[in-house]
Design a protein around this ligand. Structure first.
Ligand code: TZP
Length: 214
């Protein structure tokens, strides 16, 4: 999978935005050309999560399909908020069942941690995959040890669906992924903690593209 230009996803974490409301940071990421927003606020109950997702969907509307909003895990919230889709954790709902329920147009992402999981998710109808952590992540250690760019490449070459890299992504690590057949990179802390989230998006894109990524 080789997109025309490398893409950038902001995975939200309202705990990481300092004293700024998450929505402000999201708006700046949208203004900076963010291609995909994954709302990942696992501790929020349905009501407040729905409210947050609705606001983010509204904020992203002017950019249409160029900035899709997906909700981590919560298919119900994604549907109720009219988000573009859902991002299923590796141990989340079965991809095939969600596809049958939500229909063909609903964007369906899945996190995978191995080649076997990637092949299965692609077979089950996922539209895109997240693989990681590729690098050591400043976010929780719960994401496990870094898997490295070599396995990322292997997975991206083995499946036909777009594969995104996540985990420890910043301009330095993104530059190490130049030329890999990936859809783009996804980051929590590099974007959420940036003084200028729009510039952070641009810096990631530039790092991927500098010598013409595939
Ligand atoms: N899945 C794999 S690593 C990770 C997730 C959600 C966390 C990425 O966070 P950061 O701060 O971009 O390294």
């Amino acid at each position: 999978m080789s997109p025309d230009s490398p893409r950038v996803c902001f995975v939200t974490s309202r705990e990481s935005t300092g004293d700024r409301p998450l929505l402000d940071v999201v708006r700046e990421a949208i203004a900076g050309g963010c291609d995909l927003i994954q709302v990942r606020e696992k501790d929020l109950l349905g009501g407040p999560l729905l409210q947050l997702v609705r606001s983010i969907v509204e904020a992203a509307k002017p950019r249409g399909a160029r900035c899709a909003v997906v909700v981590n895990d919560r298919l119900d919230v994604a549907l109720a908020a009219k988000a573009a889709g859902v991002h299923l954790p590796a141990d989340g709902l079965p991809t095939g069942q969600v596809r049958r329920h939500a229909g063909k147009k609903f964007l369906l992402g899945r996190s995978v941690h191995s080649l076997a999981e990637a092949k299965q998710a692609a077979k089950d109808g996922a539209d895109y995959l997240f693989f990681g952590p590729v690098f050591a992540t400043p976010s929780k250690a719960a994401f496990g040890p870094p898997q490295g760019p070599d396995l990322l490449r292997k997975i991206a070459e083995a499946v036909k669906v777009p594969v995104w890299a996540i985990g420890g992504i910043n301009p330095g690590t993104a530059a190490e992924l130049r030329g890999l057949p990936i859809a783009g990179v996804a980051a929590i802390s590099f974007i959420a903690t940036a003084a200028d989230p729009a510039a952070a998006i641009g810096a990631l894109r530039a790092a991927l593209a500098e010598s013409g990524t595939g």
